[in-house]
Design a protein around this ligand. Structure first.
Ligand SMILES: [Zn+2]
Length: 488
């Protein structure tokens, strides 16, 4: 069941539009007509947005390597008539596309980085395209183009004089690690925005205000002295011994943290041949909690543990901060607007073919064959669930009022960051979810452009929540760590 635009678009096709100024509030009919026009624009863009998303899916570029992905988005935005600012915040794979002038200034975020080692074809069974290569296991190939489609729909309304103000599309790289938005937030890139809109692919459509977790991402490196493990082991100081003591102490610490804390690590360097006492060993360690204030003391404690365990193994240790992200500051006023638009737009129109593909994928993964869920979940403004993930969108949320909505692009219940999401993210149903997301963002942006009262209320909620807060980015000093291979 769906009325994804058409059912209300057509009656308004002949509507006569009123020219609004940013100081007046649109009537309900005018608003309806504007949203119908934006939805129609997105339906007209549907093929090109799906095409962009499939291209980015095929490029499958990881954090700060997204040179081809950003190029197709950049070219598309330039062709659509936006003014483009490239190389933002020292990030060659970031850009800002702007159109219009004056207030309000509304931002829309887009992402496009892939995850390592998730290469998978678009088939609903495990089928590696290229071993150990990346894949779009978080659906960011949909995120970037969907958001751009919404920005284009708003740009067209500004161009035709039906809206006044400024729309900006932010092409933001490296969400999966490094945190491109954190560098952009540190450099004040979002400071003059009134409101930021964002979305993320998911297996449900939900205006979720349960937020995201704060996190610090570190690399812990141990250094010792190598020797022959049989001939002269007494000459060696094993960096791996230091690392093993360290991870053991981390595991003991897990019993003595609050239930909301998550500590996880992977061994990046555990030495090579058993007959060589390892001179180096390292682990990537991430610590999360519902708030950054819960993470930072554990980060300090982890540094002491690295020092202590290094001493015990007669080696040295260094804890390197890779990135840090805040927990998401929710804005309930903005969330209500988004949810209302989801209800008006209706369900995503998944068909039998979509369901068949979803069932096959669910069967292959071994989860319940629950199909797809195109219906917006009820809005719960006081959730009690702990949330699992972290995102650099959260850093933006402490700088400017931000709303981030989940939209169904994948079968119900498939594990995220897995090959199943890679397979799903190039499907017809994923494209439909992306088009729906673009409509939700465009409709919400129209509310903001036509209702200064809404913008004022959203900003008032933000100001109250941040009155004793000063943003500080938890990333290393200096420029972002651009890979040498980046030609962007
Ligand atoms: Zn993601």
């Amino acid at each position: 069941m769906n009325n994804e635009g058409n059912s209300f678009a057509l009656p308004w096709m002949l509507a006569i539009f009123t020219l609004f100024t940013c100081h007046s509030t649109a009537s309900a009919d005018d608003l309806h007509a504007l949203k119908a026009e934006a939805s129609q624009s997105i339906e007209q863009q549907a093929g090109s947005l799906s095409n962009l998303s499939d291209q980015i899916w095929s490029f499958a570029e990881t954090a700060l390597n997204e040179t081809q992905s950003v190029r197709v988005l950049h070219d598309h935005a330039a062709a659509a008539g936006f003014d483009i600012e490239s190389n933002v915040a020292g990030l060659p794979t970031a850009f800002i596309a702007s159109y219009g002038s004056g207030q309000p200034v509304i931002g829309i975020l887009g992402e496009y980085d892939a995850l390592p080692r998730l290469s998978q074809s678009a088939q609903p069974y495990r089928d590696v395209l290229e071993p150990n290569e990346p894949g779009h296991g978080c659906g960011h190939n949909l995120f970037g183009p969907g958001s751009l489609g919404a920005a284009i729909a708003i740009k067209q309304l500004i161009e035709s004089g039906k809206l006044q103000g400024t729309i900006r599309y932010y092409a933001t790289p490296a969400e999966e690690s490094i945190g491109g938005k954190t560098y952009m937030a540190r450099d004040g890139i979002f400071d003059d925005l009134d409101v930021v809109l964002s979305w993320h692919p998911n297996d449900i459509s939900k205006m979720d205000v349960s937020g995201s977790q704060a996190m610090v991402e570190t690399m812990v490196e141990f250094r010792g002295r190598s020797s022959h493990a049989a001939f002269d082991p007494w000459m060696g100081n094993s960096a791996l011994d230091g690392l093993e003591l360290f991870t053991h102490s981390l595991n003991l610490l897990r019993e003595h943290v609050r239930p909301s804390v998550r500590i996880h690590y992977s061994i990046v360097d555990g030495g090579g041949a058993p007959n060589v006492v390892p001179a180096t060993a390292s682990a990537a360690v991430w610590i999360r909690d519902t708030q950054l204030s819960g993470v930072l003391p554990l980060y300090e404690r982890m540094k002491s543990m690295a020092e202590g365990t290094a001493q015990a193994a007669s080696v040295t240790a260094e804890v390197i901060l890779i990135a840090g992200t805040y927990d998401m500051l929710q804005n309930k006023t903005a969330a209500k607007l988004v949810h209302a638009n989801m209800q008006t737009i209706g369900d995503i129109d998944f068909n039998q073919e979509d369901l068949d593909f979803a069932h096959k994928l669910q069967r292959a993964i071994g989860v319940e064959e629950a199909g797809l869920n195109g219906r917006a979940a009820p809005l719960n403004l006081n959730p009690t669930d702990l949330t699992g993930g972290s995102t650099d969108v959260a850093d933006v949320s402490w700088v400017v009022p931000t709303v981030d909505v989940n939209i169904a692009t994948a079968p119900v219940g498939i594990p995220w960051h897995s090959w199943g999401v890679v397979a799903a993210s190039r499907s017809n149903f994923a494209h439909k979810g992306m088009h729906y997301a673009a409509k939700v963002l465009a409709s919400t942006a129209i509310d903001l452009f036509t209702s200064p009262e809404s913008v004022t209320a959203i900003k008032a909620e933000f100001t109250e929540a941040t009155k004793d807060f000063r943003y500080r980015a938890y990333i290393p000093e200096g420029p972002p760590p651009i890979p040498a291979a980046s030609d962007g």
